[in-house]
Design a protein. Structure first.
Length: 278
């Protein structure tokens, strides 16, 4: 019988990376075998992959890089394949493989999360043969409304809620003090043009990185149908329409942490005093 296993999934963001370092070092979790996993969809920005690789090397996490292995045969579920930083897809291959079998993911049905993240990770963890498995979720104190009601039954733990009670400001301030950081604005993380991002964020990304829209446009044109005509069923705006809108003036998304730092810098600036005594 193997010891109990603690699974820490890396999303590629600052919060999950901080949690990974915390779990590796904190004595509370010393009795757990630990595995750190990143499931690559092929649609993360290059900076995300660079960041994960840097965390792995700096902190010696031995991150397992997974990609979905979508099976063509009906009734046969998605499995996994192990890749690494060098071989991980940068062109959306796992995502496109999923689209060849399953419907276009959308706000109502996140097939991408299920097939590209959950199932490969679950299959990999099961292959390790542990009898007792716990999963650490990188949900912060300021996101605690997202905590699952069945967490205890599923052996899900929330270290950033119950051990540390950290919020987004704490995470960003912590990373400001490190020797490296994720080189993305806070609205650029995860899949580059994910339909779950707000309209403002997606328009800003297309404006700043117009090349990312082509893959999403091609996939939407190839795999849409009358039932699911586009990725975004919330705003009902197609990728083609997004590209057109992005070429007109709009209020862009901002990195709130960077704005906060700029405001502090402004107040901290030393200037000549204009209050001359008479």
């Amino acid at each position: 019988m193997k010891n109990k296993l603690l699974v820490c999934t890396f999303s590629g963001g600052r919060t999950s990376a901080f949690m990974g370092k915390f779990l590796k070092e904190h004595p509370k979790y010393k009795d757990f075998e630990k595995v750190f996993i990143f499931a690559n969809t092929g649609k993360e920005l290059p900076e995300t992959l660079d960041f994960i690789n840097k965390c792995d090397k700096e902190w010696n996490l031995n991150i397992v890089w997974l990609e979905a292995s979508v099976q063509d045969e009906k009734g046969v579920g998605t499995t996994f394949k192990i890749v690494d930083y060098d071989t991980a897809s940068r062109i959306g291959k796992p995502f496109e493989d999923m689209l060849n079998k399953y419907p276009l993911p959308n706000n109502m049905a996140s097939n991408c999360t299920r097939e590209l993240k959950q199932r490969p990770i679950d299959k990999f963890v099961k292959s390790l043969g542990y009898d007792e498995v716990y999963t650490a979720m990188g949900i912060r104190w300021d996101e605690r409304h997202r905590e699952s009601n069945t967490a205890k039954e599923q052996n899900i733990i929330y270290p950033l809620i119950y051990d540390l009670q950290v919020d987004n400001k704490f995470i960003r301030d912590w990373w400001d003090r490190q020797s490296f950081d994720l080189q993305l604005k806070d609205y650029e993380g995860n899949c580059d043009l994910c339909f779950k991002k707000s309209l403002k964020k997606r328009l800003t990304i297309i404006k700043e990185r117009p090349e990312v829209a082509k893959w999403w446009l091609d996939m939407e044109n190839e795999f849409s149908n009358e039932t699911i005509p586009r990725f975004d069923l919330r705003t009902n705006i197609s990728i083609e329409e997004l590209v057109k809108i992005s070429k007109h003036p709009f209020t862009t998304a901002k990195d709130l942490h960077e704005l906060d730092k700029q405001q502090h810098d402004l107040f901290d600036m030393e200037t000549d005093c204009f209050c001359k005594s008479t």
